[in-house]
Ligand binder design. Sequence first.
Ligand code: F6P
Length: 342
Amino acid sequence: MKVGILSGGGDAPGINAVIRAAVKKGIETYDCEMVGIRNGWRGLVESDFLKLNLEETSGILPRGGSILGTSRTNPFKHVGEAERILRNAEKKGIGATVVIGGEDTLGVAYKLYEMGFPCVGVPKTIDNDLHGTDYTFGFNTAVSIATETLDRLHTTAESHQRVIILEVMGRYTGWIALEAGLAGGADAILIPEKPFNLTEVCNLVKRRQSRGRDFSVIIVAEGAKPKEGKEILYSKGKDEFGHVRFGGVGYYLGKEIEKCTGTETRVVVLGHLQRGGSPTAFDRILATRFGIAAIDIVHRNQFGSMVAIQGNEIISVPLKEVVSKRKTVDLKLYELASIFFG
Ligand code: F6P
């Protein structure tokens, strides 16, 4: 059988580990012919393929990004492109496709599956916001980078008696901010799931100062917003899946805190440093397990599903369930983290 592989949506550390594992397992266990599909769904719209064998995937385990490239192409936004994908896959002789993606890419996979496109999803996103799996690969690496950044910001904030704000990614959820904030000892963690009260944030800074802790480090998710306000956007434009571009909440907070506390503030936006570079060992292993499991599920013709990790077990869940809702943060973990605020 010819098995296609594509990576769609935002890149994440670990994509190449999935590709390497799926190619190894497919060729050596099931004697498959593995076909790389370039740049997400666009590669199937344009019949942009490359042969994937053991040589191509040798040495890519620690590499960030995707050797296949990726895109935020939504074939359901362009008349006839979904049908073209079905035709091009058939023309190429692709019997099944491993789809590495987040909510958008897997949403397309589910709709194509309903149209007769045999596929298996692999949960990829630094946001960790996919329903049905405890973890997506890429998340642990993003949390590790943000945690290390917080450690660094603590020393400079303390030396200058400043408030430093770290803005992190996560789109509509606060998983990165919450876990990095907990691991990095942030003095406040602001997430979309709990709109913040600006006065309370300022009072937290002042309370610390009254205890002689004349510096604070605050982590804020890009989608966090004030109780009475709206999310802060980088621009008004939307991508092909209707997503806005967040950006600016860190600077908004920095200016407001400086105004209400009279304390010097500085702002760091971590941006795509959370997406680039080599995956952690945890993500390399998780991605490898996902890649192997995806090929096993293809072999069992269990299409329209996604590999997932629940506890420490790798299972499969229906794509229909995965795309039905977003996984927001565990508020019990947030309550635990709040013990350390201020
Ligand atoms: O979904 C992953 C993610 O990194 C989000 O956290 C972020 O808001 C978005 O992608 C950024 O997208 P792009 O790289 O297309 O600007």
